[in-house]
Design a protein around this ligand. Structure first.
Ligand code: MN
Length: 559
């Protein structure tokens, strides 16, 4: 199939992308999106974003092919034959992620985000997924109501935070803004009505401020710079308004001025220039260059009393910081020839996996190492599986349905007879993988089997199985569960009495756990605690003990 005249340049300029485009177009032939457009448009939009993030050719091809295995007659095998291992690996990753559905169980959010990363296995898969989600959000209004809510919620709770942690705050904010009309329609409407005029008057005011800064920067030797406006995102503005009694006038960063200068030194020089023009507001200077945010964000923020004493926020950064702020991890494709000069992040509060993510971002030096660093392997020893209700359970790698069952509840483990994984019955020694939906089949009065110890991986499951097996064995032998019984023996004082008493217990093969002699006013009292398996043993012991010389009285009680 020949490429049409309208084929975007990023496709026609790459033979691989062109081939992927042809393949996808053919596979999606006749399919339409809910918007009525040909389906291939969605694949092209996704790939366009991936290309704008400057990802490699394979990622662009995978973006074009990302829905082929899910929605058409083409299989992953077909993709593999045509495009090879790496591209099919990326496409398979995106297909897997498509099966994760978030339905709003608060406590599960963090595990859910981890599961997305663990299942993606490669950072490019996450990025293609984000590009896919972006286009789905842009066209969400044509979807049925129920679906809109679910996808918007998943976007706000899972994908926007992931984008943020990958350093893509612009995308993160954009995704949140796209989700907001579906999640909080009333609030969104209120914002539309009340914010517009404020924005316009702020922008008009900043236009007045601009020339003053421009000439001042030049006077101070900074000739290369760019000044633009940054309007606060609706979703983050709304969260801020909630804290400020919905008073828009008290929000200083509704619109901020953004200065982009060539070097880090210029950033600090520009800060000086601004502060010499207008006094800064105490406590509002934030140096995210010296102390980057945990997600890698770098910039200097300051708030000053500007013309007419109007409180105004400025953000100062270099072009590279700007692009990293916009594209996050993806920006490193563009900058991978440079070594990142970023300082170590010292935020102890930060989650380990974010730290690990940051670390690999910082420690690549050549291209091959860089590609290897795309592998998400910090969850190597953990898996994330899902209950039928959608809760995500975090287990060690190699865990089996038995581990899962005991994690849910001891009783579920004890009465487990089988398991269904993704709807299919599997043996109990089946090794779970991230993303598996696990359903445990139970049966009343079913008892754990010792053989489970061969494949139970977690300590908790193993302990429960051993305990349950021990109890079962006793019952099988007709024994009562072990009980501790205390014998009280009153006797006249006689040398060797304790030794004789102990000998009686030993002869009956009864284990003494504690022996004690208490002196009372009348006569010595011995208290012997021992393990008794059967009640009849107690009677026998009473008789045997009473036979001993000088024994006056013998009694017992359960401890
Ligand atoms: Mn898609």
């Amino acid at each position: 199939m020949a490429l049409g005249a309208t084929t975007p340049n990023f496709i026609s300029s790459s033979p691989l992308a062109a081939r992927a485009y042809d393949f996808a177009k053919k596979a999606h032939e006749g399919q339409r999106r809910a918007t009525g457009e040909p389906y291939i448009n969605h694949a092209v939009e996704t790939a366009k974003t991936v290309s704008a993030w400057k990802l490699d050719e394979n990622a662009i091809a995978a973006a074009l092919l990302h829905d082929v295995a899910e929605d058409t007659n083409c299989t992953l095998d077909d993709v593999q034959k045509e495009f090879g291992d790496e591209i099919v690996f990326l496409v398979a990753g995106i297909t897997k992620l498509g099966k994760i559905k978030y339905r709003g169980i608060e406590a599960q959010i963090e595990n859910m985000r981890k599961m997305v990363l663990a299942m993606a296995e490669d950072i490019r898969v996450v990025l293609i997924k984000l590009a896919d989600r972006l286009h789905n959000m842009e066209t969400l209004s044509v979807m049925p109501n129920q679906k809109q809510k679910r996808i918007a919620l998943e976007t706000a709770e899972i994908y926007a935070p992931l984008a943020y942690r990958l350093g893509m705050q612009n995308l993160s904010g954009h995704l949140r803004d796209l989700a907001m009309p579906f999640l909080n329609p009333k609030e969104y409407g209120w914002l539309l009505e009340n914010v517009k005029d404020h924005y316009e008057s702020r922008v008009a005011y900043l236009e007045r401020v601009k020339p003053t800064i421009e000439s001042s920067l030049r006077e101070n030797g900074i000739h290369q710079f760019r000044i633009d406006f940054r309007a606060k995102r609706y979703s983050s503005l709304y969260n801020k308004l909630l804290r400020y009694n919905m008073d828009i006038d008290s929000i200083y960063d509704l619109v901020a001025l953004r200065l982009i200068v060539p070097s880090v030194n210029d950033c600090y020089a520009a800060l000086g220039v601004i502060h010499s023009l207008w006094p800064p507001m105490p406590g509002r200077i934030k140096d995210y260059i010296a102390m980057p945010k945990p997600n890698g964000y770098r910039s200097i923020h300051t708030t000053v009393f500007c013309f007419d004493n109007k409180i105004t926020e400025f953000q100062i950064r270099t072009q590279q910081m700007h692009e990293e702020g916009e594209f996050g991890i993806a920006a490193h494709w563009a900058y991978k020839e440079h070594k990142s000069s970023q300082e170590l992040i010292k935020n102890a509060q930060e989650l380990t996996w974010v730290k690990q993510l940051r670390q690999w971002q910082e420690h690549f030096s050549d291209s091959k190492q860089f590609m290897e660093s795309l592998k998400i392997d910090f969850f190597r020893d953990r898996i994330f599986v899902v209950t039928p209700r959608g809760e995500v359970i975090d287990l060690p790698a190699g865990a089996t349905p038995i581990d899962f069952a005991y994690r849910i509840h001891t009783e579920v483990g004890n009465s487990c007879v089988g398991a269904k994984i993704n709807g299919k019955i599997v043996p109990l020694e089946f090794e779970l993988r991230s993303g598996d939906v696990v359903h445990i089949l139970t049966q009343k009065n079913k008892k754990p089997s010792e053989s489970w110890l061969r494949f139970a991986k977690t300590a908790a499951a193993r302990d429960h199985i051993r305990g349950a097996v021990r109890t079962q064995k006793r019952t099988l032998l007709g024994m009562q569960p072990r009980k501790i019984v205390e014998f009280k023996i009153a006797a006249g004082d006689r040398i060797g009495l304790l030794k004789d008493v102990c000998a009686v217990f030993a002869a009956s093969k009864i284990n003494i756990v504690k022996a004690q002699t208490v002196s009372t006013a009348s006569m010595p009292l011995m208290k012997i605690q021992c393990e008794i398996k059967e009640t009849r043993e107690i009677e026998k012991m009473l008789i045997k003990l009473k036979r001993l010389k000088e024994i006056k009285e013998v009694g017992y009680r359960y401890v």
